[in-house]
Each structure stands twice: as C-alpha cells, then as structure tokens.
Design a binder for this molecule. Structure first.
Ligand code: 5AD
Ligand code: FES
Length: 346
C-alpha cells in the first residue's frame, strides 16, 4: 500500500529507490494522500502564505546550445533582445510599485552582462530598494564572477542542474558542457553565501526513474534553499522539438515528494506548469509548492523569451499578472506574502 510509503517518506525525510519507483505508478487516491501530506508540511513551515518573485527576463542571447531550450545559439529562428540596465531598473520600479520585494534577473549566457555591468545593475537595485532581495539566474560563470556579484549585493542564485545523471546530462547538452562544471558552480554559489536553487525539468527526453532518484540524492548533498521543477515543454525549433511534453501529474507528484523530503525548501509552482495546465500553478501549490514567479519583463520582449512553446502570460502587463495571481491564490485558500520571502534555512 503506497500510503505507508508516503508516511515513511514523511517521517524519515528520505526516499529509497524502490519507493520512488512505486510512487511514480501510484493511483489517484494515493496521489491525493501524498499531496495532502505535502500540503500539511508546507503549511506547518510557511502557513498559508505564498511568496512572490518578479521575474525579469533580461536577455534572450545565449552562447550555449542545450538541446531542449529555445534560446540555444543554433536556433536561428529565435528573436534576440537584451534589456539595458535602465530597462531592468524600470522593471524593478514597476515591480516595486506592485508590491514585489524580490527581483529575479534571468537570462541566457550572454557576454554583454559582464561582471562590471552586473555589479552596476545589482548595486543600483540595492541602492534604490535596500529592502528587496536580488536573485540571479544567469547560468554558469566563474567563481570569481559569482563572488563579485554577491559582494555587490546579490542574495540568491538559481541554476537548475537539469539532471544529476551523467549519461542523461550528455544527452541533453553538447560536448562542451558538463555536469561536473554545473555541480561545481552550484557548490561554489552555496559556499559564497547565496541562497542557492537547483532543479530539473520533469519528463525531459531520456529521463528515467534512476535519473530522478539521482536528482534527489544530489539535492540531499547540495542542500539547496530552493528547488525549481517544471514539466519539460517542447520547443519546436530545437532538436527536442518532437519529443513528448512532460506530464503535469508527474510534476505534481514530485513537488509533493520534494516537500516531504525538504520541508523548508522554497518550491515554486512554475510557469511551465501553468503552461501545461490552466490551473497548473494552483495545483502546484496544493501539491506543496509555496512560491510563484510572475513575469515582470516588458511586454514588448515577452514573446521573444521563448524557452518552450506556448508560454503563458506573454501578452499580460505586469500589473495584470500580479492581480491575476493574487486572485488565483486566494481562490484556493492561500494569501500572497509581500515580504522578501527568505529561505528559513541558514
Ligand atoms: N521546457 C521546460 N523548461 C525549460 N527550460 C529550458 N527549456 C525548457 C523547456 N523546453 C528550463 C531549464 C532552465 C530554465 C531557465 O528553463 O530548466 O534551467
Ligand atoms: Fe499572468 Fe495570470 S499570472 S495573467
């Protein structure tokens, strides 16, 4: 009976390979039980509060060539843009007015954003909004670069590891990228003092139970403050454009499992989840997620940040997303917390 497995994961904050395997095949009833437990755990740590992060997609240029991502450099159909420091600061101003107290600067690996440029942007955001957190999501950089940006005031860094399985990593990335370097970046970020986030795409091509088990083992080793997971969504202009999308069900199941194993971790209900199911983000929260990352990018560039097909909210103004999410969250019995939403873990 899988309910016993759920209780065991809950009390041991651990999962065995066989348990994961059988959970991934659980019935709807068992899945409801799992989500209920995950919700209880989330409520015991965060109450019914959901944290907001304003996502600013600063650049669609990328020097990498990941097989799943629409921003890959070989995608000649991608529309490229980059926001100037002034445009980024304007987004922060709008966001601040809407009540956001965390800004996430995310982009492809774009050489334009040198350490000096980033240090300027980060210091300026912190000067104008000292009570706000700055999160970066700019891919792999040198340890020295991470250090400079941290010293300029950056608080958090998101870098999904994508998969902790060596063979799987190779199948999703070209030769010149390595899991080893990815992990090195993540451990460096953590030791510098960033609240650090890792994560995966659920149902990415060639992913199997073993990969997911290794992901969980890696997470236990890294002890991240945040874990970002969302379904893989195909992007037609990439080598993975003909693969099946990841499933909403499996994403929800893993959100719950992660909540049980990492009670205090910050767990977003992602835009990819909302893209695969109109109520995906609500379902994510009801499966144990406690963070939402609405889009604060200028509407003029939103469609160009096409990581995957059919991304939602690309026509919405920041204010519309903000109101929309507040309503959505309240409809399921939660409230938006307008604080910085720091990790409860040191
Ligand atoms: N589907 C879902 N998520 C994707 N990402 C990139 N491409 C896709 C896709 N096709 C995710 C990656 C990356 C994050 C910024 O977006 O996990 O780390
Ligand atoms: Fe963007 Fe609902 S969150 S419209």
């Amino acid at each position: 009976m899988d309910k016993k497995i759920v209780d065991k994961i809950c009390s041991s904050q651990n999962i065995e390979y066989d348990e994961l395997e059988s959970l991934l095949e659980c019935s709807d009833d068992e899945m409801d039980y799992l989500a209920e437990k995950a919700r209880e755990v989330s409520r015991s740590v965060f109450g019914n509060r959901i944290y907001l992060r304003g996502l600013i997609e600063i650049s669609s240029h990328c020097k990498n060539d990941c097989y799943y991502c629409g921003l890959r450099r070989s995608n000649h159909r991608a529309e490229r843009y980059r926001l100037t420091p002034e445009e980024i600061l304007d987004c922060c101003e709008t966001g601040y007015g809407l009540g956001f107290r965390t800004f996430v600067l995310q982009g492809g690996e774009d050489g334009y954003y040198s350490d000096d440029v980033m240090v300027f942007i980060i210091s300026e955001i912190k000067r104008r909004y000292p009570q706000c957190a700055v999160t970066l999501s700019l891919g792999e950089r040198s340890e020295e670069s991470y250090k400079k940006m941290f010293d300029a005031g950056a608080d958090r860094y998101l870098l999904r590891h994508e998969t902790a399985n060596e063979a799987h990593y190779k199948k999703m990335h070209p030769e010149n990228m390595s899991l080893e370097n990815r992990k090195r970046c993540l451990f460096a970020l953590r030791s510098i003092g960033y609240q650090t986030g890792c994560g995966i795409m659920v149902g990415s091509p060639y992913q199997n139970v073993e990969c997911i088990y290794e992901d969980i083992c890696f997470m236990k080793e890294l002890k991240p403050h945040m874990i970002g997971i969302g379904p893989f969504v195909k992007q037609s202009d990439t080598p993975f454009g003909s693969f099946e999308n990841g499933s909403v069900r499996m994403t929800l199941l893993l959100l719950s499992v992660l909540r049980l194993i990492f009670p205090k971790v910050l767990l977003p209900a992602t835009t990819a989840l909302g893209t695969m199911d109109p109520l995906g983000r609500e379902k994510g929260i009801l499966a144990g997620a406690n963070v939402l990352m609405p889009n604060l990018s200028p509407v003029s560039v939103r469609k160009k940040y096409a990581l995957y097909d059919n991304k939602i909210c690309t026509g919405e103004e920041a204010a519309e997303c903000s109101v929309c999410l507040e309503r959505r969250v309240e409809r399921i019995g939660y409230v938006i917390d307008h604080g910085r939403g720091d990790s409860p873990v040191s």
